[in-house]
Design a binder for this molecule. Structure first.
Ligand code: ZN
Length: 301
């Protein structure tokens, strides 16, 4: 049995694991994201030690990275974290450093595309070929598949930065995206909730008026994704979505906004099965990285 390593490379923490899937994840470590060289070194050392200890052979590594990244194998900066504002990390050759250190195929993608792949392999998107995965937490990110392939194109989707209607009379909060102010992320990710209401979302009660507004913004975002990508399912994870009373609110808002125009059975009759939490829960990220590794081994990347 080949063994894979997964690295969930987040802006605040790295999670590394060894295994082959949800039922066989046998070692896991997490540590704060420091300077690139030191942090990548820790991940590589963990993988090397674990594999050596078990007397196994490493088949591939998958990296689910914070971004923006360059996921295009034809590009000279393939495998890089590119223009991130995170100090020290702009233009870092993350995948290349891991490949040089461990000398195995390395799968590399965004954290959200990786999580989407993990959900497709083992979770809430099994059997689908077109779906999206959104995470709503300290930022808002989106990835997914179209026709069975992870979405890339020019770069990768940046679904959090679409524009949505902002009624300033109802919501005078200006938004907190450094680049756009009131884009979807700037209006609805965790820092926007905290900035608008003066306390973090975790502390706001379910009947707070923050939540109908939050559901409204997220549903406005979903309308755009439904109308452009026609996903067969929408998976929503991340810290904000742990307030699970948001799910029925978002489902109702989406139906109301679509207003009967997209009259599929999913939207009209199975909205509860259409907008769902990740089946892999908080392990979606690291399992996504394992799924990237598995795919890299199969493709010999
Ligand atoms: Zn933005």
């Amino acid at each position: 049995m080949p063994v894979y390593a997964g690295i969930e490379a987040g802006g605040t923490k790295f999670v590394c694991a060894i295994g082959t899937g949800p039922d066989e994840l046998r070692a896991e470590v997490r540590f704060a994201t420091g300077a690139p060289e030191e942090t990548i070194g820790r991940a590589v050392a963990f993988i090397r030690d674990q594999v050596a200890e078990a007397g196994e052979t490493l088949a591939a590594v998958g990296i689910a990275s914070f971004g923006p990244i360059d996921p295009d194998p034809r590009s000279s900066s393939y495998g890089y974290v590119t223009t991130t504002p995170k100090p020290g990390w702009a233009h870092t050759d993350l995948a290349g450093a891991v490949r040089r250190a461990l000398d195995v195929p390395v799968g590399f993608d965004t954290d959200v595309n990786a999580a989407a792949l993990g959900e497709h392999r083992w979770g809430a998107a099994q059997g689908l070929d077109t779906f999206i995965y959104l995470t709503v937490g300290t930022g808002l990110g989106g990835g997914g598949m179209v026709n069975g392939e992870l979405i890339h194109g020019m770069m990768h989707p940046e679904m959090g930065h679409i524009r949505v209607p902002h009624d300033w009379a109802v919501d005078p909060y200006p938004g907190c995206c450094t680049y756009h102010g009131d884009c979807l992320e700037g209006l609805s990710a965790g820092p926007a909730i905290a900035g608008r209401w003066g306390q973090p979302g975790e502390e706001l009660p379910p009947d707070h008026r923050a939540w109908p507004l939050e559901a409204r913004y997220l549903a406005l975002g979903l309308v755009n994704f439904v109308c452009t990508l026609s996903p067969q399912r929408i998976i929503m994870g991340g810290g904000v979505m742990e307030r699970d009373f948001l799910f029925p609110m978002i489902r109702r808002e989406l139906q109301a906004l679509l207003n009967g125009y997209i009259a599929t059975s999913q939207i009209l009759h199975d909205i509860d099965g259409y907008i769902v939490p990740p089946a892999l829960g908080s392990r979606a990220g690291v399992l996504g990285a394992i799924a990237l590794a598995e795919r890299a081994a199969q493709r010999g990347q």
